[in-house]
Write a protein that binds this ligand. Structure first.
Ligand SMILES: NC(=O)c1ccc[n+]([C@@H]2O[C@H](COP(=O)([O-])OP(=O)(O)OC[C@H]3O[C@@H](n4cnc5c(N)ncnc54)[C@H](OP(=O)(O)O)[C@@H]3O)[C@@H](O)[C@H]2O)c1
Length: 306
């Protein structure tokens, strides 16, 4: 089975490549914009692919003829999307349509990544049957891409997820856990939201769910996040992360969404019901403490310059 990953330099993309290399019978084609930033270079092919370039998408997918595409590439900075709606649409909607065009008249299984932000946060935790009501440019773009995928063919799965955390080979991008840890280690005071609730997702768990969807040819929408019992306010999550790493919680400054004045509006309470993913993908997420332990051991193994 040949699996093509878009956005392989990203957090989920890197985990997918490493985990697929441990999965027997898979040919891995990793693609991302620009140079390959994954440390390991053997065991798979890397192709530079800018998914917002229609010609490149048609060309590369046409040549590779993958059995499955896992589309992780996206403009994922929610505030940047709010400030640049055209750039957001180009990557999060138009590029998805290029991928759909490239696999028309083929059997390629398209697994597309989406977000809890498609919901308005008035009624979380959400199941796959709940009705989306996106609040921001980013959220609307992801919902639009979902609809494009759903209307394209029968052979698709959409995996929605919530705050991904994990360690990558490069340090270009942070996430809730790494940001909390590094800020507090440097004794920086941090403003943390009190009135938004989430269940963060270990990147390895999400990669497992995507691979399971590929191997099982799963179809439909799947909610994949941290365990239901880990759903908490962002400030409590940050306090738990700080406590785990023995860091100074007095540096955590509580702020409301209104006080923080971020450009993009966020849903208040998300969290996912995971029954479908557990049943159909064999999904068993790590708890937050288990995930933090995994991250600690990964950071210990990293060379000092990374
Ligand atoms: N991160 C979260 O907390 C979160 C939460 C909910 C849903 N999601 C969804 O989950 C998916 C994966 O998220 P992630 O955290 O792994 O994202 P990420 O770390 O931001 O990775 C996205 C990757 O896409 C690459 N990319 C950007 N523009 C591209 C282009 N034009 N062509 C090809 N590749 C391009 C980026 O390259 P560069 O690294 O070179 O910029 C990056 O490596 C996304 O679809 C996102 O919407 C994420």
């Amino acid at each position: 089975m040949k699996i093509l990953i878009t956005g392989s330099n990203g957090l989920l993309g890197q985990k997918l490549v490493y985990q697929l290399l441990q999965t027997p019978g898979i040919t891995v084609i990793a693609t991302s914009k620009g140079e390959n930033r994954i440390s390991r270079k053997d065991g798979y092919e890397y192709l530079s692919l800018d998914i917002s370039n229609r010609e490149e998408v048609l060309n590369i997918i046409g040549k590779v003829k993958p059995d499955c595409i896992i589309n992780t590439a996206a403009m994922t900075n929610v505030d940047a999307c709010e400030l640049d709606p055209a750039g957001c649409k180009a990557l999060n909607v138009d590029a998805v349509n290029f991928i759909i065009e490239a696999i028309q008249n083929s059997d390629t299984h398209l697994i597309h990544l989406s977000t809890d932000f498609v919901f308005d946060g008035e009624d979380g935790p959400y199941s796959e049957d709940d009705i989306p009501n996106p609040l921001s440019v980013y959220a609307k773009s992801k919902l639009e891409s979902e609809l494009a995928v759903m209307n394209s063919c029968d052979n698709w799965a959409i995996i929605r997820t919530i705050i991904i955390y994990g360690v990558t080979d490069d340090t270009q991008r942070s996430n809730l856990v790494l940001w909390t840890k590094s800020s507090l280690e440097q004794h920086k005071k941090i403003n943390v939201i009190t009135d938004q609730f989430r269940s963060p997702t270990l990147a390895e768990d999400l990669a497992d769910a995507c691979i399971s969807a590929a191997l099982r040819h799963a179809k439909g929408i799947f909610h994949v996040a941290g365990p239901e019992e880990d759903t908490d306010s962002i400030i409590n999550l940050v306090k738990k992360i700080a406590a785990f790493y023995n860091l100074d919680t007095s540096l955590i400054n509580p702020v409301s969404s209104d006080e923080l004045k971020q450009p993009a509006k966020r849903p208040a309470r998300t969290g996912f019901k995971l029954d479908k993913a557990r049943r159909e993908l064999g999904y068993h997420p790590h708890t937050l403490p288990e995930g933090l332990k995994i991250i600690s051991s990964q950071l210990e193994r990293k060379p000092a310059n990374q």
